[in-house]
Design a protein around this ligand. Sequence first.
Ligand code: NCD
Ligand code: ZN
Ligand code: ZN
Length: 348
Amino acid sequence: MSTIKLPGLVDMHVHLRDPGQTEKEDFYTGTSAALAGGFTTVFDMPNNKLPITTSERLEEKKEDAKKKIVCDVGFYFGSLGENIDEFKKIKNKVYGLKLYLNQTTGGYIIDEIALKKIYDNWPNDSLILLHSEENIIDRVMNEVRRTGKRSHFCHLSSKAELVAVIQAKKDNLPVTCGVCPHHLFLTEKDVSLLGAFGRMKPELKSEKDRQFLWKNLKYVDVIESDHAPHTLDEKNSDHPPHGVPGLETTLPLLLKAADEKKLSIDRIIELCYTNQAHILGLRQDKNTYIEVDMMEYIIRGKDLKTKCGWTPFEGWKVKGRVKRVVLRGKKVYEDGKVLVKPGFGKVL
Ligand code: NCD
Ligand code: ZN
Ligand code: ZN
């Protein structure tokens, strides 16, 4: 069995749920899942139970994270259009501003008036990240065109969405985009079997959409897990929330695809490390890396470190299990075990 060495991977889109929803995940379990999945740096979204829309909440969240994390974590700020005054205070304390233009977990959706106001006021040199589905992307693109502000379109799931971003790139707009593993490996057909465990935003799409994403992967900047854990009880309830965990399945799924010659290992490094570091302006320590055993194994929810304990990829045969993770020269994870105390990770 061969072992490969990769840089410590970066996931620019996770929901660690802490503070406020630690029954789903917390800073320790979420960053443990990150290490188990080969990620040494993750970026946490602001749609907490109380959204991270004030500098006080941001400070509290970062202070709390400092004591619990085992990999490095950066944060994004949130806005409903009411907190423009906070932007200057927090701009050097976050890696970007996340906006929700469609209904999703938290319900922090903004309208077009707020969108304009926010684009006018968010500092020029900082990133804006968007949850914008289908034709809503066009509205955002108008703002990008008008203001020239750097914008990242999260979790593109369909042909129409990717076409809109490809056009914007051809027009030289300052845009990047991400695609999630679930949209690359599952389709709407899987929902009949998976039920609530196959429901997330954006929803799974058609086989045609899925193939379009694969065929046009050269236009995609990053693979983001959109790790969005919810408890088994919540998923089994009458009104299950949207979202699926992904930190521990992203790399083995991509390595399986590499084994099937759908993309190269070098391209995985670009999508899960180089491009992410570039977008977020990260410099990684040269003593941060992971070692992956290129063995086949079966994904099992019960083996995962995420607190939610399930995965939409239950029973999938994949190739490539993270054996060891070294962060800033220190062995932090080996053979399924986190080897450092909570707080070893850095708040970025
Ligand atoms: C995410 C969540 O649960 O926080 N859910 C999801 O289905 N993707 C929110 C989001 O990324 O839209
Ligand atoms: Zn989203
Ligand atoms: Zn998300």
